[in-house]
Design a protein around this ligand. Structure first.
Ligand code: MAN
Length: 574
């Protein structure tokens, strides 16, 4: 008999375990009464119905094939009360529709000497059919209805059963050993997972520290680089402003001198005209006959002068240009110095032009000292919000120092995020349902396969289920593990003990696999039963793309804690 079949039999006969009650004795029990009910049948004169003791009948009415008690307890050895149910006709003074009527006894008790005592349903008593499976001694057919004779087969059935039971026990022993190993491995893995959480918590703290540290370094580097940029900024925009100021002053100076020189020119030109007029009059009016050598020389020189091309004759147009040039610069004329000086093209602004203008005018020996003071003063102004911090926009290229500090900060940030997510995963893994005793922790991601039809089927515990086509081609995902559940099953167990048997079984649910053409996403229900080794027993596709796997694993084995009691019961009865 297989492990599961034996468990089935065990459950059917569970109630029999109480048969070890030493107070009961076979001789005092009426036919069909199990040892645990013997106490109700002790009186030699009358019988009180078990569920309604006020209802008494003479002892002669016990097992008289007529149902007197509402709970059927007066007919333990016949089928007279087998009809009792809410749907049965009323056979007593009690109304079955208003009173809570149930059979007081589990059935007809077969002693099954040489095997295991058992109960058979009352309607099997004297029904003319042997029921050796449950009543191997044939005592249920005690009336030999229609000549039925059921021989006592308990000896051989018991012998066979014990042989199988030994095999079952050996198998269960092996399976339980393996289960112990799995549970120990799971405990170890849980321990490791807890240590990992501790480690990650420490790592997280240090990652947080590292981030703070790198953020501080970045901030300081940016600050110090900004200061450098401030100096650099003067070289571009600040100097333009200063140059504009200097150029303006120089041009003003030249303009003033130009006006002055023109004035002198005009004055000299007036004097020249006067002189020319005088000499011209001399030439006209002097007496050539008068031998005055001086006058003659002067007249000749005047004639030479008058014959020469006149240099420096001012054209009116040129003078008009000079008039314009001489006018002071303003918004509509000449250069708009206000615009240049205000530093519209400057990122550091007028304030900085003034600041660094000071340094420009300082003697070289003082300039370095003054520059450093101005730089710190400017930083102070930026930090206090008085001066706009334009250094960032003044250059789109970040300094290597800032880039390095930023990249260190960024990798500290990434490391913190990763550690946080690792910690969250590790924590949620600890909270995850791994079944009783955490046992599936030991099987997580262990994969087993089975060749069936066109495919090799694969089951990865707490992972996924797959179809792998034998003729090639890609795998088909039949679902990803979502939860552990349970399901009542009533299945066969084969000769090798492979099968789910009867009872509540642990189920692993796999969902959201590959989409089924014209159907749902694939899903698999994996039903587990005890086995020393992990193996897929059966695979079926109950509906299109809905798969069912029957799988053996030691993870779900339970100790056969009823075996000692059963032995005692057997001994008692034998
Ligand atoms: C494949 C397999 C089958 C499934 C069909 C649905 O052939 O996954 O199990 O029934 O696709 O089209």
């Amino acid at each position: 008999m297989t492990v599961s079949a034996a468990l089935l039999l065990l459950s059917l006969t569970a109630v029999v375990r109480c048969a070890a009650d030493p107070r009961s004795s076979e001789s005092t029990r009426p036919r069909g009464v199990g040892p645990e009910f013997a106490k109700f049948y002790k009186s030699p004169t009358e019988f009180s119905c078990i569920s309604s003791p006020l209802h008494k009948i003479p002892i002669s009415q016990l097992n008289d094939d007529y149902c007197d008690c509402p709970d059927g307890s007066d007919e333990p050895g016949t089928s007279a009360c087998s009809h009792i149910s809410l749907l049965s006709p009323n056979t007593s003074s009690v109304n079955p529709l208003t009173d809570n009527i149930t059979l007081a006894l589990p059935g007809f008790y077969c002693k099954n000497k040489g095997h295991i005592p058992s109960y058979v349903p009352f309607n099997s008593v004297n029904d003319g059919k042997c029921d050796h499976t449950h009543c191997c001694d044939g005592s249920d057919e005690w009336q030999h209805v229609g000549g039925t004779t059921c021989p006592d087969k308990c000896k051989e059935i018991g012998k066979e059963w014990r042989k199988k039971d030994d095999v079952r026990k050996k198998a269960l022993g092996l399976a339980m050993k393996r289960k112990k190993e799995l549970v120990a491995e799971a405990a170890n893995l849980r321990h490791l997972a807890m240590s990992r959480v501790d480690e990650l918590e420490i790592k997280l703290k240090s990652a947080e520290e590292k981030l703070k540290e790198t953020e501080k370094v970045l901030e300081e580097t940016e600050k110090s680089e900004k200061s450098k940029m401030v100096r650099g900024g003067v070289g571009k925009a600040g100097r333009a402003g200063i140059l504009a100021g200097l150029a303006k002053a120089r041009i003003e100076e030249l303009r003033t001198n130009l006006v002055e020189v023109r004035k002198q020119r005009d004055a000299l030109s007036g004097q020249l005209k006067e002189l020319e007029t005088t000499l011209s009059a001399l030439k006209e009016e002097y007496n050539p006959n008068f031998n005055d050598e001086g006058a003659k020389r002067a007249v000749r020189a005047w004639e030479d002068y008058a014959a020469r091309d006149k240099q420096g004759v001012w054209e009116a147009a040129k003078d008009r240009d000079l008039d314009e040039i001489s006018k002071p610069d303003d918004e509509s004329n000449g250069i708009n110095w206000v615009e240049w000086e205000s530093g519209d093209d400057s990122t550091t602004g007028e304030a900085e032009s003034i600041l660094y203008g000071l340094s420009a005018y300082a003697p070289p020996s003082l300039r370095v000292w003054l520059d450093s003071k101005i730089t710190s003063f400017r930083t102070l102004l930026i930090e206090s919000g008085i001066l706009a911090d334009n250094s960032g926009s003044s250059s789109s290229v970040e300094s290597p120092a800032v880039t390095t500090a930023r990249s260190k900060r960024d990798s500290a940030k990434t490391s913190l995020t990763n550690t946080q997510s690792d910690l969250n995963n590790a924590k949620s893994d600890l909270e995850r349902d791994y079944g009783a005793d955490d046992v599936f922790r030991a099987l997580k991601d262990k994969c087993i396969t089975k060749d069936s039809g066109e495919y090799i089927y694969e089951l990865c515990f707490l992972g996924s289920t797959k179809q792998k086509p034998k003729k090639g081609g890609g795998d088909t995902n039949m679902g990803n593990f979502v939860s552990i559940a349970s399901e009542y099953v009533d299945s066969d167990v084969d000769a090798e003990g492979k099968g789910l048997g009867v009872g509540e079984r642990v189920v692993l649910k796999y969902e959201n696999g590959q989409h089924c053409w014209n159907g749902p996403t694939r899903s698999t229900v994996v039903l587990l039963a005890c086995s020393a080794q992990e193996e897929i027993w059966r695979i079926s596709e109950s509906e299109k793309c809905v798969y069912r796997m029957e799988v053996g694993t030691a993870a779900v084995c339970e100790p056969d804690d009823g075996k000692e009691t059963k032995r005692t019961a057997e001994k008692d009865e034998l």
